[in-house]
Design a protein around this ligand. Structure first.
Ligand code: ZN
Length: 406
């Protein structure tokens, strides 16, 4: 668990900087002897599937030089086994003579082979990796998605934010302009360039629908979850929606005029309007009890869950790869894609929830929560929660309001 007691007002960094450049010198540095006529060229390659470094070098260098470069890299401990498609190779030449090679093995690791006066010099750079805790605050302009993207964040963060509140808030139907939010999270940078999000430590959404907090907490046994301020888990046994971003075009009803059949009949589910191909997730852990074509449903998946719940997902364009009757699926697991098969006027997901064999309105049902913070750990949770909230308050204050402590 994070100790926040001694943190200062500013976001802190706790991974010590690691920059090393070591050179296994086989005779370097190269002597610079540049004349005006020298022509420098570089060629770049991205390693493709089934390709090895030797293939790429052979395209640009005499085989003898390829062998020398590879052997210098091998002697320097270059991990050839970790070369994967997507790595990049840059070769520089001076008047068609090989000058140096840069092998970028991932975003965080680079190798250099430089021609010295007599030998090749191989070096490696581990860039400066730094993880900092930051707070992102905002007010909804159109959607949460667009608001976060406008702030320079990526869809990945939006999905994680939405996932934390997936049981509490439907971000399509229940969010309004001017609702506000914050996310306290760790971001990793490589040489000052953002490379990824780490843990979301706390988050809050404040709108017409209410005030929601999500606090990440791990107890002494290693059990982790997001909790509200009372220590109740934000997770329930079933998700609120099988789609992340969509809107409901037809509600649960005892009597609805069917757009194709032109008759009044019950609509025992919710229709979610979404483009063809939108991924559909199982709303809970369960077992697939049906996968295939079924009349008006078109392509249908049916899943049995705990507590006598059952869900149906109809009109699918495709099933998820590897899905079969009898397969155990997890909450949020991909089961298929939105389509318009069967009796359907356009792309949408027909979703049904059954309890004890009877269809019920998914928007009205009370789903039990996952376990709260254990009694034994409640005091610890409360202390952590309070220190976290205090920390967030300090972070959120404009810099001008800082009180000098000396
Ligand atoms: Zn429907």
């Amino acid at each position: 668990m994070l100790g926040l007691k001694n943190t200062s007002k500013r976001a802190y960094s706790y991974i010590s900087p690691l920059v090393f450049l070591f050179a296994l010198v086989l005779g370097c540095p190269a002597k610079e002897d540049v004349t005006e006529q020298v022509v420098r060229t570089t060629v770049c390659y991205v390693v493709k599937k089934g390709e090895v470094l030797e293939d790429i070098l052979d395209r640009e260098l005499p085989h003898q030089s390829t062998t020398e470069v590879l052997s210098a890299m091998k002697n320097a401990g270059f991990p050839f086994r970790y070369c994967i498609p997507g790595d990049s190779v840059t070769l520089a030449f001076e008047d068609s003579l090989f000058l140096n090679l840069t092998y970028k093995q991932s975003i965080t690791r680079e190798y250099y082979v430089t021609k010295g006066s007599q030998h090749l010099c191989v070096s490696m750079k581990l860039p400066y990796i730094d993880t900092v805790v930051c707070i992102i605050t905002g007010a909804i302009q159109s959607t949460l998605y667009e608001t976060l993207l406008e702030q320079g964040e990526t869809p990945n963060l939006v999905f994680r934010f939405v996932d934390i509140f997936a049981w509490e808030i439907d971000f399509v139907t229940e969010t309004q302009k001017h609702d506000s939010f914050f996310v306290l999270l760790e971001k990793t940078f490589c040489d000052s360039r953002f490379i990824g999000y780490q843990n979301i430590l706390a988050t809050c959404y404040n709108g017409d629908i209410g005030l929601y907090y999500g606090v990440y907490y791990m107890d002494a046994t290693g059990h982790e979850d997001y909790y509200n301020l009372k220590g109740e888990s934000l997770r329930k046994s079933l998700l609120k929606s099988p789609l992340r971003f969509s809107y409901i075009s037809s509600y649960f009803s005892k009597r609805r005029f069917h757009p194709i059949l032109k008759i009044w009949r019950p609509h025992h589910g919710l229709d979610y309007c979404a483009p063809i191909g939108t991924p559909i997730s199982s709303i809970g852990d369960g077992v697939v009890t049906y996968k295939g074509w079924r009349g008006g449903y078109g392509n249908l998946v049916e899943i049995r869950h705990k507590n006598n719940f059952k869900t149906r997902y109809g009109h699918l364009s495709k099933f998820a790869k590897g899905l079969y009757k009898g397969k155990k699926v997890k909450t949020g697991e991909l089961i298929g894609y939105v389509g318009s098969t069967g009796l359907s006027t356009g792309p949408h997901l027909h979703f049904e929830l059954h309890k004890n064999g009877v269809p019920i309105n998914p928007l009205k049902v009370k789903i039990p929560r996952a376990p709260s913070v254990g009694k034994k750990y409640m005091t610890d949770f409360e202390q952590y929660r309070d220190s976290l909230l205090k920390y967030i308050e300090q972070l959120s204050q404009p810099a001008g309001e800082e009180i000098s402590k000396d």
